[in-house]
Design a protein around this ligand. Structure first.
Ligand code: AMP
Length: 188
């Protein structure tokens, strides 16, 4: 299964992606996690990405697309994957289409986690306290939500037109949401 999990920052994509990964035996690939690993290792990519991440801005496509291209070429992605946090722009959608076309594959599903905007901000502020992510200040959280609404939410409509979107209610206990997702994906 080649799939994407989408939803606004704070919708619980990372947590749910890990559940799906275990349940379906496919790697969950989070571009945010790859960037954060590079930041903590102090790689040149990490140094570059951090400037954008700390401001809540998107890392330029030139950096992000290459990183994803390399990751998807790893052997563990051969039978499927779940992308978390990519694509985030229409330009990234096109690059992903190209990457998949090059290996004669295509997406099977785009999982859309539907959540209430206020609930999401509350969750992010909570995460700021427990995880201490440097991009979880209130101002940056607001900026990330705006960027999502402007640049990333339209991707859901684009994928809807292709008939790929599976909507799942993202509100409720983590386990409940995981069950809804598993049921929705098993029905595909
Ligand atoms: P996330 O963990 O998915 O919330 O990502 C954290 C941050 O990493 C984002 O706010 C962006 O700065 C950067 N990032 C992650 N994925 C992408 C992407 N597909 N395109 C651009 N920037 C990204």
């Amino acid at each position: 299964m080649r799939s994407i999990i989408m939803g606004p920052p704070g919708a619980g994509k990372g947590t749910q992606a890990r559940f799906v990964s275990e349940r379906f035996g496919i790697p969950a690939i989070s571009t945010g996690d790859i960037f954060r690993a590079n930041v903590s290792q102090g790689t040149p990519l990490g140094v570059e990405a951090k400037r954008y991440m700390d401001a809540g801005d998107y890392v330029p496509d030139s950096i992000t697309n290459d990183m994803v291209r390399h990751r998807l070429a790893e052997p563990d992605c051969a039978s499927g994957f779940l992308l978390d946090g990519y694509p985030r722009t229409l330009a990234q959608v096109e690059v992903l289409d190209d990457i998949l076309a090059e290996s004669s594959t295509a997406l099977d599903a785009v999982l859309s986690l539907v959540v209430d905007r206020d609930e999401v901000v509350t969750r992010l502020l909570q995460r700021a306290r427990t995880e201490g992510r440097s991009d979880d200040t209130e101002e940056v959280i607001r900026h990330r939500q705006e960027l999502y609404a402007e640049q990333t939410a339209p991707l859901i409509d684009a994928y809807k037109q292709r008939g790929l979107v599976v909507e799942v209610d993202g509100l409720g206990e983590v386990g409940e949401v995981a069950e809804r997702i598993a049921a929705a994906l098993s029905d595909l």
